[in-house]
Unconditional design. Structure first.
Length: 337
């Protein structure tokens, strides 16, 4: 096997980082074409003539769908209208904000990828119509709305009813003003209870995130209005400790909080990222919870551990759960034997 073929195979198997490849290798542009679908960064090894040719770049993108080469284009091509139209949807984190304000573009992208709201400028995040496009597709995208809109109880309500993710993720990102506004919090709770019979999880998740000084008042309000009395809460007793910790005497399912660690691994290990996140689950016991986690772990959004400033290629990501706490915040996994 010739030397170039060996180098090519090493790059394909991620045993060799492209910046460590002898420059002579890249003179055969056939290899660059073959590696584009593995690592779009190889685009930078094309000749200067090709890299600066709009026709060449457009044909390359259309044929190989290598949209992420955008970040390696010369500045004059990055602002070219035709190239922007081809690439912007896949490069929102790289494209300057001034090119992300077209109404048709915004609607098209958010309807396909609602979580991409996070890459748009603040004026888009503060537009209730655009935010509604996102949350109608995926309620959890509410967390990327502006601070002002995260104080809007109608949007909060819509997001929690449309989201397949636990409500606590949305409530963690409530606007600070709403967390301290007892009038709006009462309206939000009443609106939810009026339309949803199973409401215990909603209330518990909301109470955890509001201002500490309001928690007692909210529970007393629920009791006075008898809003908490339904099939789910008949066998529950709400009580508050002196430190305002929330305690529920369980009758059936318990609420467990699972801590996950997410890691990304890149060819350049200095670009690896490790983050932790939490998610709540209902389960009658730990054994059942482990079964739920086996099914759900692949549904955890791993984009939060991606390094969007990386220069090397992503190899893979990994997700593990490292801790489980019960509704009293006691660690039940791992156990200390």
């Amino acid at each position: 096997m010739d030397t170039n073929k060996k180098i090519f195979n090493k790059i394909k198997s991620f045993d060799l980082y492209i910046d460590d490849v002898p420059s002579q290798f890249w003179k055969n542009e056939e290899y660059i074409y073959k590696l584009l679908d593995i690592n779009y960064e190889v685009f930078k090894f094309f000749s200067e003539e090709n890299k600066n040719s709009k026709d060449f770049v457009v044909q390359l993108i259309e044929k190989y769908e290598c949209f992420r080469i955008y970040e390696f284009l010369p500045e004059k091509l990055k602002v070219d209208k035709d190239i922007l139209n081809l690439c912007i949807e896949h490069n929102l984190d790289k494209v300057p904000d001034k090119y992300k304000l077209d109404d048709t573009l915004i609607r098209n992208i958010l309807s396909k990828d609602p979580k991409s709201l996070c890459y748009f400028p603040e004026m888009v995040k503060n537009n209730i119509e655009y935010v509604r496009i996102s949350i109608k597709k995926e309620g959890i995208s509410f967390i990327h709305a502006s601070e002002e809109l995260r104080n809007n109880i109608d949007l909060v309500y819509e997001s929690t009813t449309l989201s397949e993710d636990p409500n606590n993720i949305i409530f963690e990102e409530l606007g600070e003003e709403l967390k301290r506004n007892i009038t709006d919090l009462k309206l939000l709770i009443e609106k939810y209870l009026k339309n949803h019979e199973e409401n215990e999880y909603f209330i518990e998740s909301l109470i955890k995130e509001i201002d500490e000084n309001l928690k007692d008042d909210i529970v007393k309000y629920l009791e006075s209005k008898k809003l908490y009395k339904n099939k789910i809460w008949d066998t529950k007793k709400i009580s508050w400790e002196d430190d305002y910790s929330y305690e529920i005497e369980e009758s059936k399912d318990s609420i467990y909080t699972v801590k996950f660690v997410l890691e990304s691994f890149y060819e350049n290990e200095n670009e690896n990222i490790k983050v932790e996140t939490e998610k709540e689950y209902r389960s009658s016991n730990l054994d059942e919870l482990f079964e739920i986690l086996d099914d759900d772990i692949n549904n955890i959004d791993d984009t939060i551990c991606l390094n969007h400033d990386s220069k090397s290629n992503l190899i893979n990501t990994n997700i593990d759960f490292i801790e489980i706490r019960d509704h009293k915040n006691k660690i039940v996994y791992p156990t200390n034997n």
